[in-house]
Structures are given as structure tokens and as C-alpha cells.
Ligand binder design. Sequence first.
Ligand code: BG6
Length: 315
Amino acid sequence: MAAARNEKVPVELCKGINGLDKVVLREVRGSSVEVYLYGCHVTSWKNEHGEELLFVSSKAIFKPPKAIRGGIPICFPQFSNLGPLESHGFARNRVWSFDNDPPPNPPNSRSFVDFILKPSEEDMKIWPHSFEFRLRLTLGPGGDLMLTSRIRNTNTDGKPFTFTFAYHTYFSVSDISEVRVEGLETLDYLDNLQNKERFTEQGDAITFEGEVDKIYLSTPTKIAILDHEKKRTFVIRKDGLPDAVVWNPWDKKAKAMTDFGDDEYKHMLCVEAAAVEKAITLKPGEEWRGRLELSAVPSSYCSGQLDPQKVLQCS
Ligand code: BG6
């Protein structure tokens, strides 16, 4: 299997759980990221102290066709069950390849690897469109994780296609009741728990006391997740992805999921950079680009309180 990758920094191809192919990128200061070719699914992102920043369920099933529960599933060509396909589309449960014709290299000293997904004949039966989905995974010198998706319509029948998309990131948090999300307050959202009815978020930062499944619309390009107990803030930057889905299944749904521990909802939060409300349409030859950048920074304190605005402004 050929790999398009940067020779200056270690990129290792090895076997993961159940013998599935996995790529590990390491950065000189110690941060790392692991991605399975199955789903082009990031399953681990560690900082320079070796601390895991993503949540993966202890009950995750690393076996096709089940998508891996946790990490960063790629939802394409459909987010959720908003169309005729299986939930979150099929990109997350297909085996991707290394891209031998990748876009130009990023600046030096960045560890990166390029993947590609093209539809099989079986895929064309359920979604009759030809596409090239290129995904570049980059680990920055400070441990920042970047995912850049480029989706091109390669239909030869002259037909456009339409899709929705999400980077379904599961962040690892110390205790969901100690977590707040900054950057979504006062925005409109569709509530998946209330028939996708539209509401406007009120008040301060978002905190969690029960199940949440909301699609925030036209969000800022920067969102922060503040983990009070861990004194850690995740900063999410996104481009080409106007929406943000916030999901935590809480106790009842957790129990109903076979690949999720009963109490694990306490230690995860999904904040998903997405393009959901307005589906994207590409004509043949057109390409769409959607970029996600994640960083984890120590939280700053102000009078014993986390100071999210400072984090959002400074980073
Ligand atoms: C979220 C959706 O993105 O993913 C939820 O908003 C859904 O409605 C959740 O339950 C998990 O989906 P799945 O298909 O991975 O179980």
C-alpha cells in the first residue's frame, strides 16, 4: 500500500484493534494522533504529556460495518438521518486508501498524511454519484490537530450532487456537569429532541444537566469547551462548516447503546463542526473544502472562575 506522507516526521502504519490498519503520526514534542483507515477515523489525539484528548468508548466495536464509537467519525454524504441513507452516511464505515495524488504539502515541520475515499459500485447503488473525498490529517508543532476535507464531484453524467457533512468529534471531559461551551450562546438551533423545532439559545455559556442533541446554526468560526476540573480548554476552529452539533446522550440513551458504557456519557461531549442546515451542492468538477482545527490549551482563571472570553480572544 503506497502512502503519501511527509518523510521528515514519523508516520507509522501498523495494525490496530482486530487487525485493522492504523496510521500513527507523532510530533517531535510528544503529541500524537492515530487514525484508522476504516472510516478514516481518528481514534486518538494525545498532547505532549501523553494525555488522551478524545473520548473512545470502552465498548466501541472495531468491526465493519459498525462505525467506531468515539474519536472523530466522518459523517458524509449525510448527517444523521436527515436523508435516505443510513445514519451519518457511509464514509465512516468504508475502508479509505492513502492518497497518491494529494494537494500541495503544508509548511515544514508538520506531520501529515493524506487519505482518499471513492465510491464502490455498491456505494453507487445507494448514493448514485461519483466523488473523490480527500482528507488530510495534520499534526501541528504544538500538537494542534487539523482535518481538511476536499470533496469533488466527479460525475460524468453532468449531474450535480448534494450532501450534508460533519466532523463528529467526541471530546474527552472530566465530568460533563463541570463543562461549559462558549461561542454558541444566543444562537438559533434545531432541537433533535423536539422534532427539529427551531429555538434561540438564551443566556450564558452552555452547561449540561441532561440529554442534549442540538444543531446550532450559523455559528462563529471559533467555539471553546471549558473543562473546569481538568483546567483544560478545547478550542475548535472551523472553516466551511457553518453549523455546530452538540450531543450528549445522557443516562437513558447511553444504556440503550450497545457500544457505549452506561456511565460513559459523563466523560464525553460531542461538539461537531458541520454543514447540515443548508446542504452543499456541487456540480461536476466542483470541489468543496471543510476544515477543522482543534487545540487543547490550559484554562486561565479569573477570580476563581474560568475566563472563557480570554481564551476565545487570545487563541
Ligand atoms: C449526533 C446526532 O450527531 O450523533 C444524534 O445529533 C445521534 O442524534 C448521535 O444520536 C449518534 O449517532 P450514531 O449514528 O453514531 O449513533
